[in-house]
Design a protein around this ligand. Structure first.
Ligand SMILES: [Zn+2]
Length: 307
């Protein structure tokens, strides 16, 4: 990705020196955990209304309920986390400064793209903050450790990222390349888009009272939509002429390596499909590619039909 020299977002909050972690040991986790809860904004665009209405048909809720205000209580993220030991990494090296610039540039690119998409729907995009942390962090969604992976907290509209996850992605999961990292950021920003449009708030309401297996299935649909939104972003990035050869392949490979089935096989030697909450490698690649191909939100309706 030809990112150097481009605008860097000023929505980065660097809390790496406050965490007390000091670049110490990091437990590894492969999932993009999405703590669910907190307040969400209402959505209003035509496309989003369509997505919501389709979701309503599929899940049998009244779409009008989520097109107004949405607010939900806190509920913990899904179970089935995978953790394992990992080597420590230095959080303050020149390499990490360069990585911070890269993340700030990718975030700026997502701001520009989503601002444009929202504007075309008559909406105003609100930039999320991206918090860089080291080891552990406190968010409106509670206390989190880097072991849980990058996440988005709907309650404070912030993406949380310990950049040592990028090394883990490369060395442990076999997902190398800059654009694999850009995909991780864009996926989390995709959750922010879901939050702003009320999709995430509805998801939070719907999963209350569901069996764990059903909630996991719903979670997969939400996660695949975030992958598709990341693809939509990549589509516009390509249109700007800043994608390089191999970038999309690098993101697709990352989607493959962090698919639930591939991760479980790698970490525990067997798969438990009922516990999948992000989607299989095949599904994640498919939805990322779908968003990338068309750049249209309407192609990201993961809420109805087969996925
Ligand atoms: Zn996610």
């Amino acid at each position: 990705m030809l990112w150097r020299g481009r605008r860097q977002s000023d929505n980065i909050e660097d809390e790496r020196s406050d965490s007390g972690g000091g670049g110490g040991g990091l437990g590894g986790g492969g999932q993009f955990r999405v703590p669910i809860g907190g307040r969400t904004g209402g959505g209003g665009s035509i496309i989003l209304v369509i997505l919501v209405v389709l979701a309503g048909w599929y899940f049998g809720f009244d779409p009008s309920q989520i097109l107004g205000d949405g607010s939900g209580g806190l509920s913990p993220g899904g179970g089935g986390q995978i953790t394992e030991d990992n080597s420590s990494q230095d959080g303050g090296s020149p390499a990490s400064d360069e990585m911070k610039q890269f993340v700030a540039t990718v975030l700026a690119e997502t701001e520009d793209t989503w601002t444009g998409i929202f504007k075309s729907e008559g909406l105003t995009y609100e930039d999320p903050k991206l918090v860089l942390f080291s080891g552990k962090v406190r968010s409106a969604c509670g206390f989190a450790s880097a072991a849980a992976g990058p996440f988005y907290c709907p309650g404070d509209h912030k993406v949380y990222l310990d950049m040592t996850f990028f090394q883990q992605l490369d060395q442990q999961f076999g997902a190398s390349g800059e654009f694999a990292r850009a995909y991780v950021v864009a996926h989390e920003v995709g959750h922010h888009v879901q939050n702003l449009t009320g999709i995430m708030g509805k998801f939070d309401q719907m999963r209350q009272g569901m069996s764990e297996a059903d909630a996991n299935q719903l979670s997969v649909r939400i996660e695949l939509q975030a992958d598709c939104f990341a693809g939509v972003w990549a589509h516009f990035t390509q249109q700007k002429g800043i994608l390089e050869q191999g970038d999309i392949e690098s993101a697709l490979n990352a989607a493959k390596q962090i698919g639930d089935d591939t991760l479980q096989k790698k970490m525990q030697g067997y798969v438990v499909p009922e516990s999948f909450n992000h989607g299989t490698s095949q599904q994640r690649q498919t939805w990322l590619a779908r968003g990338f191909k068309s750049g249209k939100l309407t192609d990201c309706n993961t809420m109805s039909g087969p996925i």
